[in-house]
Design a binder for this molecule. Structure first.
Ligand code: S3P
Length: 172
């Protein structure tokens, strides 16, 4: 991997269940970079869970906090950053990510995503809904936007190690 790669943050985008956090953590380890999960950082900054932020303040408020947290993380020492599935849909957040990072879309088919998120998800967008239905809707809306990422890697094959290797190859 060229040293220049490590000089720029790497941001992973994609739908819920695409493996952003797991793959991001492993990728960071391989590259000797630090790792952060935007959802965890938002929860830490807010002092409450994402589910509670959605329930108490609504999605728009969450997206605003998400943008600020991602902006802060992208100005520090270069890192591998896993973002929540909706972050890249926000115009400002997306512009920031595209400008400041090397952005990778982890793409997987809906059946694989459904299998990974499971039946009872803590995720607010899946609450009381059929995950397959939600993910199909989101894929239709979001995939054309994720396609703006700099690199697309399929994360449909298990185990995630395959995807980590595919990313390392794409970077070399
Ligand atoms: C969201 C995805 C979640 C989390 C929030 C909203 C989305 O992150 O940010 O529940 O809009 O797709 P993951 O993609 O890590 O599950």
């Amino acid at each position: 991997i060229a040293p220049a790669i490590r000089a720029r943050p790497i941001v992973l985008v994609g739908l819920m269940g695409s493996g952003k956090s797991t793959i991001g953590r492993r990728l960071a380890q391989r590259l000797g970079m630090r790792f952060a999960d935007a959802d965890d950082e938002i929860e830490r900054a807010a002092g409450m869970t994402i589910a509670d932020i959605f329930a108490r303040f609504g999605e728009a408020h969450f997206r605003d906090g998400e943008r600020r947290v991602i902006a802060r993380l992208l100005t520090g020492r270069p890192l591998v950053l896993a973002t929540g599935g909706g972050a890249f849909m926000n115009d400002e957040t997306r512009a920031l990510i595209l400008d400041k990072s090397l952005c990778i879309w982890l793409d997987a088919d809906v059946a694989t995503l459904v299998e990974r998120v499971g039946r009872r998800s803590h995720r607010p967008l899946l609450k009381n809904r059929d995950p397959g239905e939600v993910l199909r809707e989101l894929a239709a809306i979001r995939n054309p936007v994720y396609a703006e990422a700099h690199i697309r890697v399929s994360s449909a094959s298990n185990p995630h190690e395959h995807t980590v290797r595919a990313i390392l190859e794409a970077l070399s």
